[in-house]
Design a binder for this molecule. Structure first.
Ligand SMILES: C[S@@+](CC[C@H](N)C(=O)[O-])C[C@H]1O[C@@H](n2cnc3c(N)ncnc32)[C@H](O)[C@@H]1O
Length: 429
């Protein structure tokens, strides 16, 4: 653990790919949310704060060579992996900068169209959080997007005391953070067997899931000194003081209020006018435990006609393993939602013959005069991993892409690259 920041340094965080922070995904979400997204094609600049071993940047940089990518992290062990991968793959559009966020905010002179940070905010101390906001305030260009992931109340609140117990237990111990965590998890398992959590079934299930996860990942997750879930309303206020305003979630399902909130709560939600109340209401209704929030500096809100025009050019395609026809059953955080065949079969059939634009999908008889239904159905297919936006220009089969596939194989990462969508999908090894 670093004495200065209270964040773990002694073991490396494993590579984790998040489709939600990829450029094409974020640009598409901004358009679904009714905002004029920055033109995320051609040459623009992208920064990930707390990039770890850089897997998200490596995939983005190899699939879009015109864009300049910057990854910032203070862990040299992580950046050594990231840099040697970039060299092996042959990427010249990516830079990894070793710095904590405070030093980066002080020394940086680069401006970015997009700043993203995943798995970082809830684990860092208040001064480092302030530095993240300072970076956003000073270096995010007008119309720029800011993606921020954080742990959220009330879903993550139940972990507060357990995390404190694990942290305090780790202080008096010798060994690596992974070993300390293993001891802590063994204690929690013993407490569980002795009945400590008998009235908290969700917590018990959560603990069982924890025991199956990678110890290095969990040590970063659970042994940070400043671990703290947030209230979304507080986060939105803080970020807006730095400039960008809240657009919505990078998680498509969470943008569909009439599906992601149980039906009997809908009339109560409909009465709420304040955004802070609505977002907190939704967090409570969904037992939200993490958020993937998307903000934009000085967004230009589109009229419905402008929004459709912006959406029309977006192409969509099926991802490996996609369903061929409806009906579909979506396993959502609030339970199973049935997707009728009348909606999903024509949509999947249209996509089956190759990439199809939103404009073309609008002409399907199943969606005649029902743009909202088409948008929601596409969002559900995106969320469930059946469908993805396609890149405006399909990347050439470059040597970099081949070497990225090779590197993913060498690292034994359970990922399959999908270059035409500038993304990767999780697969079984
Ligand atoms: C949990 S990992 C997340 C990595 C990656 N973003 C992901 O989602 O897979 C958090 C990363 O943030 C880095 N980090 C934590 N505090 C930092 C700070 N104050 N300055 C720079 N990097 C930091 C850690 O070294 C680590 O690589």
């Amino acid at each position: 653990m670093s004495k200065a920041t209270g964040y773990i340094h002694d073991i490396a965080y494993p590579a984790h790919f998040h489709r939600e922070i990829q450029p094409l995904w974020l640009g598409t979400m901004a358009r679904f949310l009714g905002s004029a997204a920055p033109a995320l094609s051609g040459s623009y600049s992208w920064c990930e704060l707390g990039c770890g071993v850089g897997i998200n940047l490596l995939i983005a940089a190899a699939t879009d060579p015109q864009v300049q990518f910057v990854g910032v992290d203070f862990n040299e062990q992580h950046l050594a992996v990231a840099r040697s991968a970039a060299e092996f793959i042959g990427l010249s559009n990516i830079r990894f900068i070793r710095a904590d966020f405070g030093s980066f905010a002080r020394d940086n002179n680069l401006y970015f169209d997009v700043i993203v940070s995943h798995g970082v905010w809830s684990w860092i101390d208040p001064a480092q959080q302030q530095a993240v906001l300072q970076l956003v305030q000073q270096f995010l260009k007008p119309r720029g997007l800011f993606y921020l992931h954080y742990m959220s109340h009330p879903g993550a609140s139940q972990m507060l005391s357990l995390q404190k117990l694990l942290l305090e237990l780790s202080r008096g111990q010798q060994g690596s953070s992974a070993q300390k965590l293993e001891t802590g998890l063994a204690l929690l398992a013993q407490m569980d067997e002795a009945g400590a959590f008998h009235d908290q079934p969700r917590l018990r299930t959560g603990l069982q899931t924890l025991r199956q996860q990678n110890l290095a990942y969990l040590a970063h997750d659970l042994l940070a000194e400043h671990w703290q879930p947030q209230h979304s309303a507080d986060m939105h206020r803080r970020v807006s003081q730095a400039g960008p305003v809240y657009l919505g979630s990078a998680d498509p399902f969470e943008n569909i209020d009439n599906l992601s909130i149980p039906g009997n709560l809908q009339p109560l939600l409909a009465q709420q006018r304040s955004m802070a109340v609505r977002e907190t209401f939704k967090d409570v209704a969904r037992q939200q435990h993490q958020r993937r929030d998307l903000f934009q500096r000085s967004p230009a809100r589109l009229s419905p006609a402008e929004q459709v025009q912006g959406m029309d050019s977006i192409g969509f395609c099926l991802l490996p393993g996609a369903a061929a026809a409806g009906p579909l059953s979506f396993e959502t955080p609030i339970g199973a939602i049935e997707g009728p065949s009348a909606i999903f079969t024509p949509l999947l059939a249209a996509l089956n013959s190759g990439p199809v634009s939103f404009a073309e999908l609008r002409t399907l008889p199943a969606f005649a005069g029902q743009l909202g239904l088409l948008s929601q159905s596409l969002l559900m297919l995106l969320w469930a991993g059946h469908v993805h936006p396609v890149a405006a220009t399909s990347p050439a089969a470059t040597p970099q892409l081949q070497r990225l596939v090779q590197w993913i194989g060498q690292q034994k990462l359970a990922l399959q690259l999908v270059p035409e969508c500038a993304t990767a999908v999780h697969v079984e090894l």
